[in-house]
Design a protein around this ligand. Structure first.
Ligand SMILES: NC(=O)c1ccc[n+]([C@@H]2O[C@H](COP(=O)([O-])OP(=O)(O)OC[C@H]3O[C@@H](n4cnc5c(N)ncnc54)[C@H](O)[C@@H]3O)[C@@H](O)[C@H]2O)c1
Length: 433
């Protein structure tokens, strides 16, 4: 088939590369000439394990075509996937302007029968608004169907997730559109769930909010564990061993971040407000998340007798999670801001996210960055683990101890065993332990 992806972000570029690799002819449309030129050379605009290799391979095979031009990419397509960003507006609602702008461009260029499927996460009702834009902007005799095809990939494991999804959800009125989408996904061994458009839209928000709720649940439990002497990891293991609950997403820490959970929970809350249904459960998920990083910061502050002035603090990890350079809504950002606001100096190391961190923090929150984990600890007063990159798990803690002014670790991701670290002579503060 010939498929077109609008947007070459985490969703658009990853799925485009995977479908090209399955033998389809794939167009990927962007709007930034520099990024498109780089992509034509196989240079990806963000880090995702294995992605650059897959893009290069499919460029060489001429199955993957990057373009700025809708006129080139739309007319031949059997399926067009909308994969543009839907960030939060100040009200918490999703900003749908990129979805609607892309829809206008698609409409003008539709030729034969085309399925236009939205992978962007959008509130209920959006796909029907897309249909109206397509209807209004297309040439008279052109036929199309719309579908909601929400995406569930995770940054850091996006290729694997796209090649081996737990399920593919497709919502449409048209059986023909669903048949086309099922045929396209045939080489991917997964459950293909056919739903209505509204149901597919709701599944995505429900799934992300429930995952975020599991994290906020674990964090709420960890606040208590910190005080009553229980061990959050064992508590959650004991809970998660119940098959009805499951072990995943029950790790306490400094809170969730990234481009999806925070904005999608907020958008679901906004939907409950719009339709006047009780949204307090979803609101609490977000509130607890805000408290999680503040709780971690307060623990550090209390250790220094509420006086962080002149203290030098090391942060290991800036990205919102390991194996990505994505800094959107990363918990490291409020932690750094709180430390700087209290007069501390921050030295940070992250294997991939430094450039994006500089952009996110701006000049007002300038910090020092080091090229490796150990030099970030040179002469500092404490080490804070904020992102659980693998390289931190096996770090040479003897070396770390020699570097630090005082051997104290605040482990926001519980990557170390307290007993072992204490035996090495560290003061160790885990999360919920
Ligand atoms: N990142 C994830 O892990 C993930 C997972 C599942 C779903 N989603 C959802 O998928 C959507 C996209 O997320 P993302 O992380 O890939 O976003 P992103 O910010 O990484 O990428 C968005 C892309 O859209 C492009 N774009 C915007 N307007 C355009 C236009 N008019 N024409 C062409 N390109 C345009 C941007 O240039 C960018 O390349 C969002 O709704 C998000 O919630 C994201």
């Amino acid at each position: 088939m010939t498929i077109t992806f609008i947007g070459h972000g985490y969703v658009g570029l990853v799925t485009a590369a995977v479908f090209a690799d399955l033998g389809n002819t794939v167009y990927c449309v962007g709007r930034n000439p520099e990024k498109i030129n780089n992509l034509k050379k196989g240079l990806t605009p963000f880090f995702e394990p294995g992605l650059e290799e897959l893009v290069k391979k499919n460029l060489e095979q001429k199955r993957l075509i990057f373009t700025l031009d809708y006129q080139e990419a739309i007319p031949e397509a059997d399926v067009v996937f909308i994969c543009v960003g839907t960030p939060s507006l100040p009200s918490g609602e999703a900003d749908l302007s990129a979805v609607f702008k892309a829809s206008e461009e698609i409409a003008k260029n539709l030729k034969g029968y085309t399925v236009v499927a939205c992978k962007s996460t959008v509130p209920v009702g959006t796909n029907r608004r897309v249909a109206k834009i397509l209807e209004k902007g297309k040439k008279k005799d052109v036929k199309f169907d719309i579908a909601s095809c929400p995406e569930f990939l995770k940054e850091g494991t996006a290729l694997h997730d796209t090649q081996n999804p737990d399920r593919i959800v497709a919502g449409a009125d048209s059986v023909k559109a669903l048949d086309v989408l099922e045929e396209l996904h045939k080489p991917i061994n997964s459950i293909f769930l056919r739903t209505t458009i509204e149901t597919a839209e709701m599944i995505k928000y429900g799934a992300n909010t429930l995952l975020a709720a599991k994290i906020s649940f674990a964090n709420s439990m960890s606040f208590l564990c910190d005080i009553v002497g229980a061990d959050i990891e064992q508590v959650m293991e004991g809970i998660g061993l119940d098959n009805r609950i499951g072990k995943q997403f029950l790790a306490a820490g400094v809170g969730y971040g990234g481009s999806c959970f925070p904005k999608d929970v907020k958008a679901l809350v906004a939907m409950t407000k719009r339709y006047k249904t009780p949204g307090m459960l979803f609101e609490a998920v977000e509130e607890v998340n805000q408290i999680a990083h503040e709780h971690f910061f307060q623990k550090v502050k209390k250790y220094f007798h509420n006086d962080l002035k002149g203290k030098k603090i090391t942060l290991w990890g800036l990205a919102f999670k390991p194996d990505t350079d994505d800094m959107r809504d990363a918990p490291s950002l409020p932690i750094i801001k709180s430390l700087l606001n209290e007069g501390a100096k921050v030295v940070a190391y992250d294997p991939k996210a430094v450039e994006n961190a500089k952009k996110s923090l701006g000049e007002k929150y300038a910090i020092e960055y080091t090229p490796d984990a150990y030099s970030a600890c040179a002469g500092t007063d404490a080490l804070l683990i904020v992102t659980e990159w693998n390289e931190f798990k096996q770090a040479d803690l003897e070396k770390v101890k020699k570097q630090l002014k005082k051997p104290v670790i605040f482990d926001g991701r519980n990557i170390y065993e307290a007993k072992k670290v204490k035996e090495l002579g560290f003061e160790y503060y885990g999360t919920g332990k």
